[in-house]
Design a protein. Structure first.
Length: 115
């Protein structure tokens, strides 16, 4: 399962961070997932919780921020969100648009408790 290996890499990255910061409690990890990344956020959350539960990382939470697919119009320079797979510019009607976002898959933050 694709989501399981992603959940596993996140967990490993967090664990590495925990080793670098002894005495700090890790509360939450934020992940940005574009809709083109081919990741099912619910399945990813499920896998992540299953991996973390019962380990020293628990009860670490995973917060997934989803990002829509975005296109840039080559004609008028407008950026827009893709709805219903239409990549035609909603402003000028040009079909010459370029994908500029929506395939993100990255850790964006780690929430810590240093007290
Ligand atoms: Zn346009």
């Amino acid at each position: 399962m694709h989501e399981l290996s992603i959940a596993n890499s996140i967990q490993e990255a967090v664990r590495a961070e925990a080793v670098r910061r002894p005495g700090v409690r890790l509360l939450k990890v934020g992940l940005r997932v574009g809709e083109l990344a081919g990741v099912e956020p619910e399945a990813l959350s499920f896998c992540f919780d299953a991996l973390v539960s019962g380990t020293e990382l628990a009860p670490l939470a995973l917060e997934i921020e989803t990002r829509p697919r975005r296109q840039l119009c080559r004609e008028c320079g407008r950026t827009f969100r893709v709805v219903d797979y239409s990549i035609v510019c909603p402003d000028c009607g040009a079909a010459e648009t370029r994908c500029i976002g929506g395939d993100e898959l990255e850790m964006v933050y780690l929430e810590l408790d240093e007290t």
